[in-house]
Design a protein. Structure first.
Length: 344
């Protein structure tokens, strides 16, 4: 029986979320409310595709469309949405035999491509798959694939087991920071805006020109929709003054670093190291199984820093397909159309 593609309707949001929540590579970014907020903020159009085999849903595939000049583009996820990856969620992917797993994904992808390139007349499509989902079916469908790496920590019931696995330098930094009176507390919206503003200032110092709003409205909407159940804010303070912090997202068995302040200029203390460790301890105590240090693995300095927490590198893939050679050339030579991999 062939796979058929349908657009999910607003009243099918519960079905959509049920599919996302049933399989390990379904993430918080796949949830219906998150996707709708992304659609509004990025100025794209959401195409929430559901694959059916007969009357049985076999997967979901969120795509975002936007016309850039004369080029019809589709993304999963769209640029500048603070998301590294998205892509499909495929039913029973983890339990299928390898032969079935690959063919199932391949057939699903073929039908999605038929819809996107034939019915929607796409010229350019970029899919970034979630961790643990392989990319060969996309390659077989004509996509160019590039591997990236995020970093996953398998949590323990006793955080002290993980403490011993940290690098000696990081343990020393954390203990020294605590001796200097730095504490980590759970934060609220004001602390989230502090982190956003700190990132804005840091990018300005580095010569970038972020928009004045710099995700304010976007983070406001996400905060209202997902805090506190699926979002936690950790803030580092010294003498009641905020000096660091991070935001984690939490979904099912997984939690992970989403937003954090870059390296501070404070001498002799390391609030980011302490905050990261306190977030990991919290995740252990709350019963989560994995803590992700979300990353693409492109920046050697960041990779070196995150490796101090002894994570496992886990691949995810950025894949691109063009409707013709002409649009491959357009992408390569048009500064307007060029989508840098670091944009997220």
């Amino acid at each position: 029986m062939s796979i058929e593609i349908e657009l999910a309707k607003e009243d099918e949001s519960e079905l959509w979320n049920h599919i996302v929540g049933s399989y390990s590579h379904g993430t918080i970014f796949h949830l219906w409310d998150w996707l709708k907020i992304v659609e509004e903020y990025t100025g794209t159009k959401l195409y929430p595709l559901i694959g059916y085999k007969g009357s049985t849903p076999i997967g979901v595939y969120p795509l975002f469309g936007k016309k850039i000049k004369f080029v019809k583009t589709f993304f999963s996820p769209p640029p500048k949405a603070l998301m590294l990856y998205l892509g499909p969620v495929i039913a029973n992917y983890e339990t299928l035999k390898q032969s079935k797993k690959v063919s199932f994904f391949y057939n699903f992808q073929k039908e999605v491509d038929e819809f996107v390139f034939s019915e929607l007349n796409a010229n350019y499509t970029r899919i970034r798959t979630s961790p643990y989902l392989e990319c060969r079916p996309l390659i077989w469908c004509g996509y160019d694939a590039k591997p990236f790496y995020t970093y996953m920590i398998r949590l323990e019931k006793n955080p002290e087991v993980l403490w011993k696995r940290l690098s000696r330098k990081t343990r020393v930094n954390i203990e020294k920071t605590k001796r200097e009176g730095v504490i980590v507390e759970m934060g609220d919206y004001n602390d989230l805006d502090f982190l956003r503003t700190a990132l804005y200032s840091r990018f300005e110092e580095q010569g970038f020109k972020p928009t004045r709003d710099y995700y304010r409205k976007y983070l406001d909407e996400l905060y209202r929709a997902f805090y506190p159940e699926n979002m936690k804010i950790f803030v580092a303070k010294q003498n009641e003054e905020r000096i660091g912090g991070l935001v984690t997202l939490n979904y099912r068995k997984w939690t992970g670093l989403w937003i954090g302040i870059p390296k501070t200029k404070l001498a002799g203390i390391y609030p980011n190291d302490l905050t990261q460790w306190e977030a990991i301890k919290w995740a252990c105590n709350e019963g989560y199984e994995y803590y992700e240090l979300m990353d693409s693995g492109e920046n050697p300095r960041l990779v070196n820093y995150k490796s101090n927490f002894n994570p496992d590198p886990v691949p995810w893939y950025s894949t691109v397909k063009h409707s013709s050679f002409v649009f491959r050339v357009v992408e390569r030579f048009s500064r307007f159309f060029k989508i840098k991999e670091r944009s997220a």
